[in-house]
Each structure stands twice: as C-alpha cells, then as structure tokens.
Design a binder for this molecule. Sequence first.
Ligand SMILES: Cc1cc2nc3c(=O)[nH]c(=O)nc-3n(C[C@H](O)[C@H](O)[C@H](O)COP(=O)(O)OP(=O)(O)OC[C@H]3O[C@@H](n4cnc5c(N)ncnc54)[C@H](O)[C@@H]3O)c2cc1C
Ligand code: SF4
Length: 417
Amino acid sequence: MGETVRRLNDAREIEQSLQWLARHFDRPARPEFRDARTVDEAVSLLSKHGQGAKLLAGGIDLLGLMKNRVLMPAVVVNVKKIPGLHYITETPGGLALGALTRINDIERSPLVKTRYPILVEAAHSVASPQIRNMATLGGNLCQEVRCWYYRRPPDTGISFDCRRKSGDSPCYAIAGENQYHAIIGGNQSTMRRWRTMSDENVILSEDERSPDRIGRVEESFAALRTSSLEGVGTKDPSPAPSLCSGLRLRVTSSEQCFAVCPSDMATVLLALDAGIRTVDTGGGRLIPLGEFYTAFGNVLSPEEIVTAVEVPRVMPGARQRFIKFRLRKAIDFAMVSVASVVTEEDGVVIRARIVLGGVSPAPYRAVQAEEVLTGNKLTDDLAASAARSAVRDARPLSKNGYKVPMVETLVKRALLE
Ligand SMILES: Cc1cc2nc3c(=O)[nH]c(=O)nc-3n(C[C@H](O)[C@H](O)[C@H](O)COP(=O)(O)OP(=O)(O)OC[C@H]3O[C@@H](n4cnc5c(N)ncnc54)[C@H](O)[C@@H]3O)c2cc1C
Ligand code: SF4
C-alpha cells in the first residue's frame, strides 16, 4: 500500500514537473510522435508543423537534447521506418549512401573499405560500437554542437540562453570555458581585433573598436582585475565574471557561435568532395558538403530532409588519411582532426584536399595548405610548410591556443606517415 502511494506521488511530481517545464518553455509537455512511412510523408509533416517539428533517426543526439530540455519539439517525426534510405551503392559517379545508413554499416562495408578507406577510418572513430549501431549518417551530419553552455540542462539550476539559442544573447564561450571551441571562422570579422590583457584575451565587438572605446575598456578591465574578481563573480551568473559583470563591458562578437562541428563523417566527406541529396516540398537539391554548414547549424529548411550522400570517385592511387586527436581513446569527439586526400604523379602532388575538424563551426578546408602542396614534390619541408599554412587563419580564443600546434602536427603526420 505504502509503495503504491509513493509511486502515485512520484508520478504526480513528474507530471507537475513536466507541466512546469512546458509552461516555462511555452511548449507541450510531451511531443506528438508521428511515424513517417515515406519521404514525402516526412516532408509533408515537416511542412505542416514548421519549426515545431524535428526528424528522429537513430535518436542518439535528438533524444539527449530533448531529455535535457535543450530542444523541445512539438512534433517528432520518426523517419527510421521509411524504406529505401538504408543502402551503400556504387554509382557511375562514385558512391551513394542512404541517409539512414548506420555508421556501423559504413565501418563494415567491404565496398567502402576498398574504395574509400578514409570513410571507414572516420566511421570507426565515431563514439562506441553501440552508438554506431544506432546512429545514422543523416543524423550524424545534422547533429547539434557539443558546447557545454548550449547543452546545459535547466534542471542543473542554470541554463545559458546563449547566442545560438537566441540571437540577442551573448556567446558565453568567447570569454568563458572555450577549450574545445573554434580557432578558425568563429567570427572572422570581429576576431581580427584582439587585445591581450594580462593572461586573458578579450574580443571587442564591431561597435567597441574606436581607440577611445578600447582605451576605456582597457582601463575598466585593469580596474576590475585589481578589485576582487571572486566577489564580482559570485554576483553574476555569467561564466565570465571578470569580463562581463558590473562594468557592463560587452565583450561579445556580433553575430557568431564558436562551437565546432562535431561530425567526423562531415570532415571526411568534405575531403572527398561529397554532396548531400535532399528532398523538400519544392523537389530537392544536391548541396555540396562545403556549403552545408552555417555558423548556427546547417542550410536545411524546416521542411527539408536529407535522403542520401553522394561521394565522387577519388583519383586512382590517391592517398587517403584521417587522423583524429581526442582526450580519450574511445567514445570521444575530436579535439582536432585532419582528413587528407592526396594524389601524386611522378613524385609530384597533382591534387590535394586537406580538411580540418574540431577547429571551426563547419569542417574547414585548408585551401592554403592545398595550394602549397599542389605542383610540388612531397618532402618533409613541404609538409611542414603546408601544415603552417593550414593554420594561417587561426585566431584562438583564450583557452584553445593549443589547437594550433596540434593541427600542424596532425597535418604533417597525415601527409608523411
Ligand atoms: C557519447 C557520444 C559520443 C559521440 N562521439 C562522436 C564522435 O566521436 N564523432 C561523431 O561524429 N559523432 C559522435 N557522436 C554523435 C553521434 O554520432 C550522433 O549523435 C549520431 O550520429 C546522430 O545520429 P542519429 O541517427 O542518432 O541522429 P538523431 O539523433 O536521430 O538526429 C540528430 C539530428 O539530425 C536530424 N536528422 C536526422 N536524420 C535526418 C535527415 N535524414 N534529414 C535531416 N535531418 C535529420 C534530427 O532532426 C536531429 O536534429 C557521439 C554521441 C555520443 C552520445
Ligand atoms: S559557442 Fe555557440 S553554443 Fe556555445 S555559448 Fe557560444 S553561441 Fe552558444
């Protein structure tokens, strides 16, 4: 009897929490769950519900975000039951992979292993065998960023309504915990202006760049540093109290997010010059991978679904390499990764494609490094020079400067080993 009463109380509490969260976030407590049986049905459900709907494939990313109340879609459209989206086929142009192909299937495919060993290396490096067995290629490419400010669940007592979630808010990573964030492309326009103050780097936004303004910011910052930083920190929930608190210094960039693209498959697919095939109410399109990601996600419209990935043939004899550096050997995202596809003829590089992962909001094609390599004999010196060029545009934040030498080392290794 006592047990039953306790369970009822628990259920009531859970229900009350759900209702509270629903009110708080202005969303239904439980999303409507719809099974799509065809691509057209999925598109039509997306089109009907717009931004309120989310596709569900393997669920590895989406369900975690929903459990943590980071995303709360009104409608979840399950695409896992759509037939015909789970395949790996050779095509006249190269290779086609259905969006529902599991990462595990890519890792084990003899065809992929023979033609595109770099894809197998990337698939093998993703998460754990259990996750690879559920995760789909489409979901991997469309997964959300891993920024801790973005993902922090509200039930921990604090959640960050950061720039990625709402355009008016600051990016907390800029002056906060940015160890794993972008060193390239987070915001090229505002990152050019840097001020180093003691051991902190501060980025000044566009409207704060006048000499007068910079001087005042420096003075304020110096004053702040000599006062009690701890005291300021406790008054302000901002993770960067020394920069953003009582003095109201807006040390934010104007329009960007510094979280890196977490997808290893995307890094390698860009090195392979792949395209993403989609379907929407207007028919569909083929999006080059290099144009798929934006500063805040990807270019898919709310009613668009990824149906396949198309990979062109690589040149015969091309050397393919994927190297991923992570803190733990298993189940970890790339701190930095490098995918390279290099073709030589008579000892001279005739085509090079170098892509960096973990350094930028989208996989970053190191075009300058490719230019250094093309037309030259691949020697140790040339590889070192290409590696330096790969990070020429790097503008690290205060805590991720270590990524620069890491990229250089990995590029050299990818080219020479
Ligand atoms: C512990 C852990 C470690 C991980 N390590 C790595 C790693 O090392 N490397 C790496 O690359 N990833 C890693 N991941 C991420 C993981 O690989 C992805 O979460 C997974 O691949 C997502 O695939 P899914 O099918 O489960 O997608 P879902 O979670 O179902 O969907 C993810 C997103 O994609 C959208 N989506 C899904 N399918 C489509 C489609 N066909 N068209 C348009 N949108 C779609 C969904 O709406 C959702 O927004 C890790 C995840 C975890 C939990
Ligand atoms: S890096 Fe992006 S996700 Fe992280 S706090 Fe900044 S805006 Fe938000």
